[in-house]
Design a protein around this ligand. Structure first.
Ligand code: SF4
Length: 224
């Protein structure tokens, strides 16, 4: 397979999703490589901005954490506090100037799909920070919400439960318990693990606050 041909297809799909996201009042930026991402993020920030982030592998892979931890910004570091203070950090994050996260899936219809356990991440995407910067690798692109749901149940959640060492069915079997049953009515049911990471489900569709959400689409596979 010719890499240039694959890149061409990936870019076409990114453009399709990007146009639909813009139609849904989200600003879109394109990056050929992960190395291009920090400069785009920097262009969306002001010196002195207070920045918070969700637990995002993607931002770390792109080198964005080094940027936002620089003295130019006020970074709310969720990893630097003891567990008893984490709730306070999550609440402070709602008042941040910018919130940086990835998405579990981006549809060609211009929706962002995110699933969360603690749900601090999806809460901040939906409301609070003045600006939300979403960095998504091309592996997050899906056709529609059905594919987004399947993606989380067969890739994102099993990989994240493995990463976080959560005692869940999907960590052991590689797919969600409800997905394995083949019953779409069971989309949210079945898993009663205390370590469940799929507790709340957020679809970001047409936005009332134009360009509050900025999506950086990267033509490389990043995160889960
Ligand atoms: S609901 Fe439970 S089994 Fe299903 S993907 Fe989420 S954590 Fe895994």
């Amino acid at each position: 397979m010719n890499d240039e041909n694959v890149k061409h297809i990936i870019k076409k799909r990114m453009e399709k999703a990007g146009k639909a996201l813009e139609k849904n009042n989200m600003a879109v930026y394109y990056a050929d490589t992960k190395e291009d991402v920090p400069a785009i993020v920097k262009s969306l920030l002001k010196p002195g901005d207070v920045i918070a982030c969700g637990g995002t592998m993607t931002a770390a892979q792109c080198g964005v954490m080094e940027l936002i931890k620089s003295s130019e910004y006020g970074f709310i570091d969720r990893t630097a506090v003891p567990p008893e203070q984490i709730k306070e950090v999550y609440r402070k994050s709602f008042c941040a100037d910018a919130y940086i996260t990835s998405a579990n899936a981006v549809t060609e219809n211009g929706e962002l799909y995110n699933v969360d356990g603690n749900s601090n991440r999806i809460a901040a995407i939906a409301y609070g920070p003045d600006s939300v910067i979403v960095i998504a690798g091309c592996n997050k692109l899906v056709k529609n919400l059905d594919e987004a749901i399947a993606r989380v149940k067969t890739i994102a959640a099993p990989a994240n439960t493995k990463r976080l060492d959560c005692a869940t069915y999907c960590k052991e079997k590689g797919e969600c318990m409800s997905f394995a049953s083949g019953d779409s009515a069971e989309m949210t049911a079945g898993c009663e693990s205390d370590a469940r990471i799929c507790c709340n489900y957020l679809v970001s569709a047409h936005q009332r606050h134009k360009n509050r959400i900025k999506v950086i689409l990267v033509a490389e596979s990043l995160g889960y």
